[in-house]
Design a binder for this molecule. Sequence first.
Ligand code: TXD
Length: 315
Amino acid sequence: MKKKISLIGAGQIGGTLAHLINLKEIADVVLFDVVEGTAKGKALDISQSNSVDGSNTEIIGTSKYEDIKNSDVVIITAGVPRKPGMTRDDLLGTNLKIIKQVAEGIKKNSPNAFVICITNPLDVMVMALQIYSGLPSNKVVGMAGVLDTSRFRYFLSKELKVPVKNIESIVLGGHGDTMVPMPNHTKVNGKLLREVIQKEKLDKIIDRTRKGGAEIIKFLEKGSAFYAPAAAGVEMAESYIKNLKKTLPCAAYLNGEYGYKGIYAGVPVVVGKNGIEKIIEIELDNVEKNNFDVSIKAVKELFDAAKKIDKDLEK
Ligand code: TXD
């Protein structure tokens, strides 16, 4: 039985998601956007690549929520991206309204889907999405840690001249400047990172990872990163669809784990056919715990700001 992935938002990331899912033949795709032409045009264009790439998945473009009915996965990129000089938090007001609308559409048409939120400010958007939609928290997750970890591993691989596949790592916490790259949980060719890199170089790479999004926005001037965010979203969707049970850093609902309850945070989770199947609690030393707490505090403060905008977020 062919699987169905609906993409809410057919912009830079949404279009790239559609192309990657189609190329890897993971599922049929519904590309949804309020600007119907964007969705229909990109769906048609990607469909016409099938004869070259040999993919045979179906992809349609639409602006009607009924077309996302009974999706296995819904990935949300609907919203506005940052402009140079903006922080992810600056998008709160605009994107919160959009997420509320999207949550309604999913609740009505695909309440059993595994929902991956990508829209920024990510940690608050995914929390709002789960509250607005009322979907179970193990089926609503945010994409950020896979991207942030991918950036961290890339920068390390360039610095150490090691293939990125030989670097295991993880970035925890919120998707913002307080995110927590984890050097003590990073291995390069099986060796602990701190044994193979000078502290100054590591600190520079941690800082560059935190500002990875802004660095790309500065180059692009219009729009933000989309290839790597899309690749990260596809890895999460594929782990669910194919029940790969990959351990991935995702913004997941904490119910006591890491000492927190009732908040979303970037932590290692197992993604399989039941959605977030397990939250992995890794040992944090005092510095890591402190950094994690600072990151969670930033998410909480932004969520408080969101609740001031929309009282419906008061649980
Ligand atoms: O790691 C991460 N989570 C981040 C997320 C990485 C990079 C970018 N991040 C955020 O994703 C970014 O800050 C934005 O909030 C989203 C989407 O970024 P993208 O670059 O794809 O933005 P675009 O190209 O502007 O696409 C957004 C699309 C656009 O086509 C709009 O017409 C559409 O969203 N849109 C809507 N679709 C459906 N419903 C509504 N209401 C709607 N409003 C706009």
